[in-house]
Design a protein around this ligand. Sequence first.
Ligand code: NI
Length: 138
Amino acid sequence: MSFLVRFGVSLEKELLKKFDTHIKKKKYTNRSEAIRDLIRGNLVMEEWQEGKEITGSITLVYDHHKRELVNMLIDIQHDYHGIILSSQHIHLDHDNCLEIIVIKGKPQMVEELYGKLKSAKGVKHGGISMATTGKGIL
Ligand code: NI
């Protein structure tokens, strides 16, 4: 169990004004929760930078008719089966496929996999969502 600690923060009036506008847009109900989220976000980034075990997902959109590409994407994923937890394939329409690949492992391997998938010729969109296993974050 962790205890809540209160602390004061000094910052420029204008900066605080911008922060309040920002958190209002993001639908935070108070500054504390917004600050907690910023801290957590930074800790997650740090986990990725420091090479700790992380989790996340890769999203791809590609042309279903390019059979060589489809095979290539499958081959690449088989090479990285150790860090792929699952993948979901959605037939978006007659021509386009969406694939969501859930990963867990070392960031370096994940970035490598992501780079190969994203750069495959014919991939229309590649995105990555960086998440955490949650073990080191409250
Ligand atoms: Ni499809």
